[in-house]
Design a protein around this ligand. Structure first.
Ligand code: SF4
Ligand code: SF4
Length: 304
């Protein structure tokens, strides 16, 4: 079997359909100017959020797995691609509220599809400028730590990225490149402290895959990263649930108080409260008003 035929299926497949970089490198100005231009182009392609950070070996997969030969494969990112552009795509708020359902599954699929469009287009754009660029989804590395380093958000108890703009309701993609770009700084807006108070995701998870206690470096199984103290999610339990119900699950995204439409001022006010001493009040208010409760798919179809 040829290496090129040894493909994974679905979101973890590597993207390979790209034309080679142009033979001459175009002058793109300073790293700061180049970063501004890249973000502008990413937005024009449809990116919800874009951040830039350095390549970091700690988050890269050491080996890949072949679904077809059931053997290890070497990672495919060549050396010298020192920058990583992280793209986040929001998922539909109404569809995610119906989780678990075909509608919420469609929200996930559409989020990844939009990601694919943006990272493939962006990678080809950079190649046309004469630089190396490789588009990637979940096939090469851990997306969440890269996104945190790139300033897109904070780490939540449910193990997901929480962005300021869309909460945890995003899907992530990335582009590795040798184009020198100014990097972003990580941000904080009170998520760590708020998650210390809130346990809605751990209480809502049907298979208890999300911890309710303090961050720890204790591992559940081989799927956890070694040497990092954090809220350690049991990914194998989570994925086992997906398999059992023959669909993905985003209950932890749906119930999260950060899963809001932040174009509304009252939700921006609520987000601000999460970073203050009134965070306990904010959590009580959020529950009292019924946020995080599941919407019946039928209600969505009826336009409620
Ligand atoms: S996706 Fe579902 S099963 Fe997985 S951690 Fe979240 S709530 Fe639990
Ligand atoms: S549901 Fe609560 S504890 Fe879980 S990630 Fe969201 S804010 Fe943090």
């Amino acid at each position: 079997m040829k290496e090129s035929e040894d493909r994974r299926e679905g979101f973890t497949d590597a993207f390979t359909l790209q034309r080679d970089p142009a033979s001459e490198k175009l002058d793109v100005g300073t790293p700061a100017q180049a970063a501004i231009d890249i973000k502008r182009v990413a937005k024009a392609f449809g990116a919800g959020l874009t951040g830039i950070t350095h390549y970091d070996q700690r988050w890269e997969y050491m080996r890949k797995f072949s679904d077809q030969s059931l053997k290890e494969r070497a990672p495919e990112i060549p050396t010298g691609l020192d920058h990583v552009i992280i793209v986040a795509q929001p998922m539909d708020y109404g569809w995610i509220r119906t989780v678990p359902s075909a509608l919420s599954g469609a929200a996930t699929g559409l989020g990844y599809s939009h990601d694919a469009l943006v990272v493939l287009s962006l990678a080809q754009y950079i190649r046309n400028l004469g630089y190396q660029a490789i588009a990637s989804m979940n096939d090469t590395s851990l997306a969440v730590p890269y996104a945190i380093k790139a300033g897109l958000g904070e780490y939540g108890r449910h193990g997901l990225l929480i962005t300021k703009e869309f909460g945890p309701r995003v899907r992530l993609g990335k582009v590795y490149t040798d184009l020198t770009l100014a990097c972003d700084r990580s941000i904080q807006f009170g998520v760590k402290q708020f998650c210390g108070h809130c346990q809605r995701c751990s209480q809502g998870c049907p298979v208890n895959a999300i911890p309710s206690g303090l961050p720890t470096a204790e591992l559940h199984n081989q799927s956890n990263i070694v040497g990092v103290r954090k809220w350690m999610v049991n990914g194998e339990k989570c994925f086992g649930y997906w398999i059992a119900q023959n669909s993905d699950c985003a209950i932890c995204i749906c119930v999260c108080p950060y899963n809001k439409d932040f174009t509304k001022w009252e939700h921006r006010l609520g987000r601000w409260l999460t970073a203050t001493r009134l965070r306990g009040f904010m959590l009580w208010l959020d529950s009292t008003l019924g946020y995080g409760e599941r919407m019946k798919p039928k209600s969505w179809w009826q336009g409620e």
